[in-house]
Design a protein around this ligand. Structure first.
Ligand code: AGP
Length: 608
């Protein structure tokens, strides 16, 4: 996610802004910028790359005098990393400056309307639209302009705003993106997160959705979305800086698991409009979609596991043949690709060497390529013919969770789009699918709230030697990811198996007490998998079943059951994976492993 800071007080603002941004670097970013009111103008300075470049450019802020300013570290979502796209963004006469964290879902529509009113844009960002919209509504009263903008924009935002005509004030407003206000002894601050202000104060206000904060050198006033003044209580922060970077979570992985409802929402909502799937960045005509002969999905690790799920969804919903390959295999097997094929490369980092090589192999063979990528401007994002971003924000933990969940919903959207264009599903079915998709965030939240029960169960298996995950169809894909999560962060040996395959060898490994996680979310396969469970328990296995709410029949066969809420059969991976993530996390913690940085692993495998 992006990082926002703001300061107004007795000290020089620029050094404080740079220092605050440095405490937000953990949020991930690819460019940075600050704007300071110098007594006459709001001066901006931006740079791409590390924050160090901005500090050098401004001589640690010395070249930007003034005691009021806003700053930003940008994690690119709309528009590649560049000076033009870096924040702060300004209106045309530079009398308004804005920094933003979040996603303005209707920015293209607003941008079009503003362009019709002769507004000109210098960036590809959704944030610049906010700067011009504030300009459009500003008639001398900043609160009035801000509230009008709040009523027009859709999506998530945390905004820091300055108006040249109101030099002694920094404004802040948020909806669904984090923002806090710090009350310091020689000035007041805004920030995306607590670490940025801890050096100056532990006395903070947590702004609620659609509340506005107005900071002067020695006062802080709050307003609601109707422009009425409201009273707020401050809180004393007793976290240390390290805990604060994880927003109070013990590990980044846990924090990112809990961000999954938001990343699913952020990846879905901008692409669902009036009950239809709108994927502007796809750049494929209905004609081209209709002519796709075969889809090749290529990826590594967890991204590959989402690809295996996508195979079932594309083939089941859109009736398009799909082949899923591990990138390290695809790139060397001289794959048979034809002109009407589509190659989809899935990658969180967009830098995985094998996946990048697979992309280049597909392009060498003249086939259309689409990247489903999280890091904007990464190699795969840049080199694929088209890219569909998963707006999950930076993922710090080596073990992916929120990017995995965002990849799944991106693939579901693509399958729905393709199925509808190819006449395989009706508009009514599309609406039903989208309704189910938009329920996923709250269902994930509900599953995450179940963590104590899973933690208690996990503690029984911290000394396990072998753990197996089994399932059929999409449940097999879920098992693959559940198994990888466990082994990569707890170092316990684990394997995923197609449940029907156990009797062809693996079942010989089952001993008294061996833990087997059986995933049963595909109703038409319940009975088959239950018979596999009986095979397992009759040989001494302890079976944990993850299944749909209501499938109580399972309690006769399995030893321990975790239920997931009802959703469409194609989307169950998004829910069943949550308890498996939590299980792996708590086993790893129980074993004292380095959850966020497991041994031997890297967040992005940029070597073969
Ligand atoms: C998943 O938890 C692992 N970190 C790993 O399998 C990862 O999914 C794989 O290396 C692919 O990375 P990418 O998505 O960045 O290409």
């Amino acid at each position: 996610m992006c990082g926002i800071v703001g300061y107004i007080g007795k000290s020089q603002a620029a050094p404080i802004l740079l220092d605050g941004l440095s405490k937000l670097e953990y949020r991930g970013y690819d460019s940075a910028g600050i704007a300071v009111y110098d007594g006459e103008h709001i001066r901006g300075q931006k740079s791409i790359g590390r924050l160090k470049a901005l500090s050098e450019l401004t001589h640690d802020g010395a070249t930007m005098p003034g005691t009021a300013g806003i700053g930003h570290t940008r994690w690119a979502t709309h528009g590649a990393p560049s000076n033009e796209n870096a924040h702060p963004h300004f209106n045309e006469d530079e009398t308004i400056a804005v920094v933003h964290n979040g996603i303005i879902e209707n920015y293209l529509k607003l941008k079009k309307k503003l362009a019709e009113k002769e507004y000109h844009f210098v960036s590809d960002t959704d944030t610049e639209v906010v700067a011009h919209l504030l300009d459009y509504y500003y008639k001398g009263n900043p609160i009035e302009a801000i509230t009008k903008v709040m009523h027009r924009v859709e999506g998530s935002y945390a905004l820091g705003i300055m108006f040249r005509e109101h030099p002694g004030i920094v404004y802040a407003v948020r909806k669904d993106s984090p923002l806090i206000v710090g009350h310091g002894k020689d000035g007041n601050l805004i920030a995306s997160d607590v670490p940025a202000v801890l050096k100056y104060t532990r006395n903070v206000y947590f702004i609620q959705n659609e509340e506005i904060a107005v900071l002067s050198e020695d006062s802080i006033t709050f307003y609601n979305v109707d422009g009425e003044e409201i009273q707020k209580e401050s809180s004393a922060i007793d976290w240390d800086i390290n805990a604060a970077e994880k927003a109070g979570y013990e590990h980044f992985m846990l924090k990112e698991m809990y961000e999954q409802p938001k990343t699913v929402r952020d990846t879905l909502n901008p692409r669902i409009r009036d009950g239809a799937v709108v994927i502007e960045e796809l750049g494929m005509t209905d004609e081209e979609i209709s002519q796709i002969r075969k889809i090749h999905i290529v990826a590594c690790g967890s991204a590959y596991h989402t690809g295996v799920t996508a195979k079932y969804v594309f083939e089941g919903m859109a009736r398009i043949p799909v082949e899923v390959d591990l990138a390290s295999e695809f790139r060397y097997r001289n794959p048979i690709l034809q002109e009407q094929d589509l190659v989809i490369i899935i990658s969180q980092s967009g830098e995985t060497a094998d996946s990048l090589a697979a992309l280049r192999e597909a392009k060498r063979k003249g086939v259309k390529t689409l990247g489903i990528v999280n890091v904007v401007g990464s190699s795969i994002a840049r080199e694929a013919d088209k890219v569909m971003y998963t707006w999950a924000g930076p993922e710090i933990a080596v073990a992916t969770t929120k990017a995995y969940s965002a990849q799944l919903v991106a693939e579901y959207l693509l399958a729905i789009k393709f199925a509808q264009v190819r006449g395989e599903i009706t508009e009514t079915e599309v609406r039903a699918y989208l309704k189910d998709l938009q329920k996923l965030p709250e269902q994930i939240e509900m599953l995450l709230s179940n963590k104590e029960r899973i933690q208690h169960f996990a503690n029984r298996y911290v000394s396990a030697r072998d753990v197996f995950f089994v399932g059929r169809g999409i449940d097999y894909a879920i098992s693959m990811e559940g198994s990888l999560k466990l082994k990569e962060i707890s170092y316990i040996h684990s394997e995923a198996y197609a449940a029907g395959e156990l009797k062809h060898g693996t079942i010989s490994l089952i001993e008294e007490g061996t833990l087997v996680a059986a995933v049963l979310t595909q109703e038409d396969l319940y009975k088959k998998t239950i018979s596999n469970i009986v095979e397992l328990t009759s040989r001494g296995a302890f079976v944990l079943a993850v299944t749909n709410a209501g499938n109580t029949e399972i309690e006769k066969a399995a030893d321990y059951v975790i239920y997931i809420p009802q959703t469409n059969r194609w989307f169950t991976n998004s829910l069943a994976i949550i308890p498996l993530q939590l299980f792996s996390y708590y086993v790893s913690v129980g074993r004292g492993c380095d959850v966020d940085k497991p041994r031997n692993l890297a967040k992005s495998v940029t070597v073969e």
